[in-house]
Design a protein around this ligand. Sequence first.
Ligand code: CAA
Length: 283
Amino acid sequence: MTETIGVVGSGTMGNGIAQVAARAGFDVVMCDLKDEFLQRALKSIDKSLQRDVDKERLTTEEKQQVVGRIKSSTDVSALKDAAFVIEAVSESLEIKTNLFNQLDTITQREAILASNTSSISITRLGAATTRPDKVIGMHFMNPVPVMKLVEVIRGIATSDETYERVRSLSEKLGKTALDCNDSPGFVSNRVLMPMINEAVFTLYEGVATRESIDGIMKLGMNHPMGPLQLADFIGLDVCLAILNVLYDGLGDPKYRACPLLKRYVDAGWLGRKSGRGFYEYAG
Ligand code: CAA
């Protein structure tokens, strides 16, 4: 029998995870609070798969089969038979702990509960359940269908068996799992966010223009996007929230967010999603 993967949250990360899981042959149940969010997510999955149809890497029939493996529901009890549930809801400790508590009662005892959090403690999420040994971080990168990494985070109580099951699942999804222990920002954001923050400081201090800063890092370091462009892609509010997690969690002033980043977030200039960040975006 095909294993079912549950995905909670159908935003950019959630729908990307659902797409990759369905493409790998799993049955997927994708949950969100409102049907309109789910419909938007299904549209975005369709659009993303269409790129592969256009490039003749997927037939229209195969695309329909992938989409057909994704069921959507506004009721989390639809996840009761899932072998794995991957949570990708908003980055709020309260929302996530409440959800983990609920998932713990709904799902089968042996189901693994994973979080796609970019910075919230997996140990704390585990403590919200009666199965902290089966709670783990599966941190996918955006855009999920393209990026090869799953950063796997072990909470203090995560068992080796859970880690092995998640490593094997990541491989089946066509990804490479690299593990780390539970610590603020894990590895990815502990390394990435100070670089982005430093780029914002160079702009703030007038060291260079946005184009120069990004161009230097693209052409000089072979980064696919410059750090300011990447910050816009991730979301400036998300970058600020992660920097605050690093600052509070590690207690080191080197993680202090640049005032310019705070000012942009205050202005609602959140990057691509709001049409303006360090750059302006049409439509
Ligand atoms: N769905 C499916 N495929 C997509 C896609 C999507 N949403 N977006 C891009 N692609 C595919 C394109 O179809 C194209 O495929 P082929 O090369 O096979 O034809 C390929 O990706 C490259 O896309 P483009 O040619 O359109 O554009 P590009 O070369 O500029 O690449 C990019 C776009 C892949 C996003 C690249 O700019 C990149 O890698 N950027 C950095 C992304 C990154 O660092 N992500 C991590 C952010 S941090 C994070 O997610 C975690 C956190 O906690 C903050």
